[in-house]
Ligand binder design. Structure first.
Ligand code: FAD
Ligand code: NAI
Length: 467
């Protein structure tokens, strides 16, 4: 068969690129070795983790919050297999949705492992019968995503020492869970198991949680998690895990050196980042360049050094986020169809789906200090917002950062319930180059949490009303 475009990997980057390219009239094939579409995100990432975060949040609310609102229910009982089945049904629905969309858009699907034989040729070893087919194609897109970063000396068995994949299907709630890495996965999946009853200790190499997020936000968020019962060991490294006994013995020591300590655990979750995935893809033979961190090197139009071969998503530089991969997929499809595709990397929101959520878009104070850019900050706490006050969910704040000279909004950071939904008005504002004054003068419905965004924008010029 001969194609305009063959995409290897049907995660958010690959399947979205395929659909957009097909919409634009290109003849498209996708190659996926997992057996289901949707990649890490739909199968073992965004989607299953959000199902468990939702279910475990309701479980905790039923146990701790219903009473205060006058809802008398017996203490909730956890049926973990049923909760995991709820998650699996959600994954299945999403995965089938992608299958339907690919079919609807007449994308040819090859379920098997793809290997690049050189520009214009992709070899597929089919999952079904091991037969090999070679596809002729004008263009190739590498959308093979990422894999778990290993922790040297700590072997993941997905039973007692797990990655995020194992942590999404633990057969029972661990009494003690040690999480290595206070990043997004550690805090989200740590939250799930803490809510379901685990005692969670997070060991983090750096002296802060959520590196990359605004440090003021990270500090406040850590205090909230402390109150929820998380234990943190910051500035600490794991040097090994002794698996010989019934209980795991996790050796830790200060990152800067010092006395070692042993933590007991039933389960250890390794969540220290992810690495680009290109195994078996034939990149070396095809001459496709990678950088020192194993990422496929691309130019601003997603082109690799080999003409006709492109790459998008987790396998290239940038935040490892599903929506970043999707937007790159759309932009590349448009470029290949002769249009002007573009991704604005200055406005890519990031959300941590804990309770409360943490959402961020644009620059942090730390970024601006490092770049020597003068800025103004407006901050508004949820304790002063009518809606959160009446719902008794007042932890957190909104922070708007604007350029000191022009008032253009450079960044927005929110800790609060549904912060992940609220951040988008700031993202749209920033896409249009809006100012804090624009935000402050936009009428916001009352009573909404989003009024805190408006008040934070007003606070940039010290004229917030409710504080
Ligand atoms: P992937 O989704 O990894 O897809 C790549 C696909 O390529 C895979 O299906 C793989 O099987 C296939 N493949 C690889 N090699 C070959 C080959 N040789 N032949 C054929 N197929 C191949 N991001 C968010 O934005 N929001 C979240 O809430 C979020 N939650 C997450 C939670 C967890 C636990 C994890 C692990 C990640 C989460 N992420 C989240 C990150 C998100 O999953 C990734 O950024 C996203 O999946 C990247 O998309 P991609 O298309 O680049 O790659
Ligand atoms: P991460 O990069 O977010 O966090 C890893 C943490 O581990 C960092 O704080 C880092 O300092 C720490 N660390 C590194 N080495 C360590 C060591 N040896 N000992 C102790 N700590 C160590 O990576 P994470 O949480 O694994 O997530 C991977 C990717 O998946 C992220 O890039 C993220 O973007 C994506 N993801 C996104 C989600 C979302 O958008 N809500 C949810 C989950 C994952």
């Amino acid at each position: 068969m001969s194609y305009d475009l063959t995409i290897i990997g049907t995660g958010p980057g690959g399947y979205v690129c395929a659909i957009r390219a097909a919409q634009l009239g290109l003849k498209v094939a996708v190659v996926e070795k997992r057996g289901t579409h949707g990649g890490t995100c739909l199968n073992v990432g965004c989607i299953p983790s959000k199902a468990l975060l939702y279910a475990s949040e309701l479980f905790e609310e039923a146990g701790h919050k219903f009473g205060e609102m006058g809802i008398g229910v017996p203490a909730p009982k956890l049926d973990l297999p049923a909760m995991l089945a709820f998650k699996d049904r959600g994954v299945d629905g999403n995965v089938k949705g992608v299958e339907f969309l690919l079919k609807k858009n007449k994308v040819d699907v090859y379920m098997g492992a793809g290997k690049i034989l050189g520009a214009g040729k992709v070899e597929v070893t089919l999952n079904a019968d091991g037969k090999v087919e070679v596809l002729d194609t004008k263009n190739i897109v590498i959308a093979t995503g990422s894999d778990v970063a290993p922790l040297p000396g700590v072997a993941i068995d997905e039973q007692r020492i797990v990655s995020s994949t194992g942590a999404l299907k633990l057969p029972k709630v661990p009494g003690k869970l040690v999480v290595v890495g206070a990043g997004v996965i550690g805090l989200e999946l740590g939250s799930v198991w803490r809510r379901l009853g685990a005692q969670v200790t997070v060991v983090e190499f750096l002296d802060r949680i959520l590196p990359g997020m605004d440090s003021d936000v990270a500090k406040s968020f850590q205090r909230i998690l402390d109150k929820q019962g998380f234990a943190f060991k910051l500035g600490t490294k794991v040097t090994g895990v002794d698996t010989s006994g019934k209980t795991l013995k996790v050796s830790v020591e200060p990152a800067a050196g010092g006395a070692a300590e042993v933590l007991e655990a039933d389960v250890v979750l390794v969540a220290i980042g992810r690495i680009p995935y290109t195994a078996g893809l034939g990149l070396e033979e095809a001459g496709v360049a990678k950088d020192a961190r194993g990422r496929v090197v691309t130019d601003h139009h997603f082109a690799t050094n080999v003409p006709g071969i492109y790459a998008i998503g987790d396998v290239i530089v940038g935040p490892m986020l599903a929506h970043k991969a999707e937007d790159e997929g759309v932009a590349l499809a448009e470029l290949l169809a002769g249009k002007a595709g573009h991704v604005n990397y200055d406005v890519i929101p990031g959300v941590v789906y804990t309770f409360p959520e943490v959402a961020s878009v644009g620059k942090t104070e730390d970024d601006l200090k490092a770049a020597g850019i003068a800025y103004k900050v407006g901050k508004f706490p949820f304790t002063a917002n009518g809606r959160t006050k009446v719902n008794n969910t007042t932890d957190g704040f909104v922070k708007i950062i604007a350029d000191a000279a022009t008032d253009k909004v450079l960044g927005a950071h929110i800790i609060g319930p549904e912060a992940g939904e609220m951040i988008h008005e700031c993202a749209v504002l920033m896409e249009f180059g809006g100012s804090s004054e624009d935000l402050a003068r936009t009428c916001h419905a009352h009573p909404t949490r989003s009024e805190a965004v408006k008040e934070a924008a007003m606070a940039v010029e010290k004229r917030a009303i409710h504080m």
